[in-house]
Design a protein around this ligand. Structure first.
Ligand code: ZN
Length: 282
């Protein structure tokens, strides 16, 4: 299944992406499913969605022209992994980390997958980072990596948009990565059965049609089961939480001839088998 949230910002409705130009309108049939939020995942909402797929009374909306929001409503946290691909660490002159580097993006930065990315005033060096992201399906505390995938609701794409000058100047990364619209999520939450080959997914970015990043999850240093074990040792992951697993090399500002995002550009990021985003830069 591919879960989407559709409609105006702040008024999105939960839906199922049918892949045939239609979205199943979940709330039209299941009034109690308000949204894809912590409550939904905790109450085993996924099982209820499967039943809706077979309901002859299901209502659909035409997907064409419908705005998509983040497929998860306001999670408790977005945890990001820095420098999880060795060649990306090297392009910024970082040492190869021996443990995951964790940081957070502001929840208010969440953007729909095709919404404009709005550059802040006085923005200087802004990059996109294509990333595979994990959505947590049930509360995870002190989970072992052998069991970690049982705690996953599904996968999505995050663009970890970053203002580098602010990121570097501030000593920590929160502000440079936390501006409004700097966290496009989606288009879907793809359930694990849709993503059988987690360890070999192409992760890519194009700016104005030109490929900047073309990596593969096979090159992650810390894989998803390890990350869930590592994070959950001391920090409970709540249903709906998002873990962005890091970005491969090819970042615009790290190039010999830097390519920077500017107003009027179009950035696309995607993970093959999980989905793709297309955002205008404003
Ligand atoms: Zn990142």
């Amino acid at each position: 299944m591919k879960l989407v949230r559709f409609g105006e910002r702040g008024k999105e409705r939960p839906g199922i992406w049918m892949g045939d130009g239609r979205i199943l309108d979940v709330r039209a049939l299941a009034f109690h499913i308000e949204d894809y939020n912590e409550h939904f995942f905790t109450r085993h909402g996924m099982g209820q969605l499967k039943i809706l797929l077979d309901d002859p009374g299901a209502k659909y909306v035409d997907a064409a022209g419908v705005r998509l929001g983040s497929p998860v409503a306001r999670p408790s946290k977005i945890i990001c992994v820095g420098a999880n691909y060795a060649d990306h660490a090297k392009e910024f002159g970082h040492d190869i980390p021996t443990e995951p580097i964790l940081f957070s993006k502001a929840i208010s930065a969440i953007n729909g997958p095709n919404d404009p990315i709005v550059l802040p005033e006085n923005a200087q060096v802004v990059d996109s980072e294509a990333e595979l992201a994990v959505v947590v399906g049930k509360a995870a505390s002190k989970v072992r990596k052998e069991d970690a995938l049982d705690y996953v609701a599904g996968y999505t794409v995050v663009n970890d948009v970053t203002e580098r000058v602010v990121q570097k100047a501030n000593g920590q990364w929160f502000r440079g990565k936390g501006f409004d619209s700097f966290c496009p999520v989606g288009p879907f939450l793809a359930t694990p059965d849709e993503v059988p080959n987690l360890g070999s997914l192409r992760v890519w970015q194009k700016l104005n049609g030109e490929t900047l990043q073309d990596g593969n999850t096979a090159d992650m240093m810390f894989d998803i089961p390890f990350l869930i074990e590592y994070i959950s040792q001391g920090m409970t992951l709540l249903p709906g939480d998002i873990i962005a697993t890091g970005t491969p090399p090819g970042i615009g500002s790290a190039r010999t001839s830097p390519v920077l995002m500017k107003s009027g550009d179009v950035v696309e990021v995607g993970v093959d088998g999980v989905g793709a985003q297309r955002s205008a830069v404003a």
